[in-house]
Design a protein around this ligand. Structure first.
Ligand SMILES: *[C@@H]1O[C@H](CO)[C@@H](O)[C@H](O)[C@H]1NC(C)=O
Length: 240
């Protein structure tokens, strides 16, 4: 290896000297030039082997996403679990801002006497006066299901607000309406709720919790066009 390195240093020095003496760079590579290049590539390949990252194992790829509002996963996706959506109660100032997809088969902890309730269930707050177009009013105050889906053959997942279809080269997992908590409540994440959302069950007691309201555009700082004023915000979840 030592001798090889010294030899390569001489070869390199020769190449650099030759290059410096050339003004013109449009020369045609001769067979011996090419063999020099091949030799250098071979040298780099053997001496830098350790610096190469290990090949990516395809069995370690795949992405997961939550399908808000549905108990099942789209065709082609594996279900990890189904559950009920939850989160911090809408009137609490602190706590988590994200919706949680809580499994239907929890492993529960011990009882505690301190007061810091954070995990409530979720309800659709969709009345006749406040719902995306085409949605059933019967969803009002019903609890919200979710499912966690695994796409084994994809490597990235992207939720696009403001669209119902994916860009070219991406695969649509599901589309729906962008929802969040009400703008008079404390902050919550946005979630893309499936267009064919279903309730957990038929109970419709008004118990609130981490609630879902449809969202609407507001032109101004939001440019219209391309957006339109006071309209439902669509969304799509795409994988690639
Ligand atoms: C959006 O709609 C509201 C209420 O109709 C109106 O006051 C506002 O001027 C509209 N904005 C634009 C940019 O059209």
């Amino acid at each position: 290896m030592k001798i090889h390195s010294t030899y390569m240093a001489i070869v390199l020095a020769t190449v650099i000297m030759n290059a410096e003496n050339h003004e013109c760079k449009n020369y045609v590579l001769s067979a011996s030039d090419q063999s020099l290049i091949d030799m250098m590539e071979h040298y780099l390949h053997t001496s830098r082997k350790e610096e190469c990252p290990p090949p990516i194992k395809t069995s370690n790829s795949g992405v997961t996403y939550v399908r808000w509002g549905k108990k099942s996963c789209p065709k082609g996706a594996e279900i990890v679990y189904t559950g009920q959506v939850g989160g911090t109660q809408y009137g609490y100032r602190g706590g988590g801002v994200n919706y949680l997809c809580l499994p239907n088969d929890p492993e529960n902890g011990q009882h505690q006497s301190y007061g810091n309730n954070q995990v409530y269930g979720s309800e659709y707050q969709l009345s006749s006066s406040m719902k995306p177009s085409g949605w059933s009013e019967s969803m009002a105050d019903k609890e919200v299901p979710c499912s966690v889906c695994y796409q084994k053959h994809r490597s990235t997942v992207l939720m696009i607000p403001g669209r119902k279809s994916c860009y070219k080269g991406w695969n649509s997992e599901y589309n729906g309406y962008l929802m969040s908590d009400h703008n008079t409540h404390f902050r919550r994440d946005f979630a893309c709720v499936d267009i064919n959302a279903e309730p957990v069950d038929n109970k419709n007691g008004n118990e609130d919790g981490a609630v879902f309201y449809p969202t609407r555009t507001k032109c101004g700082s939001l440019r219209c066009p391309p957006y339109t004023n006071e309209t439902d915000v669509l969304c799509v979840v795409c994988t690639k």
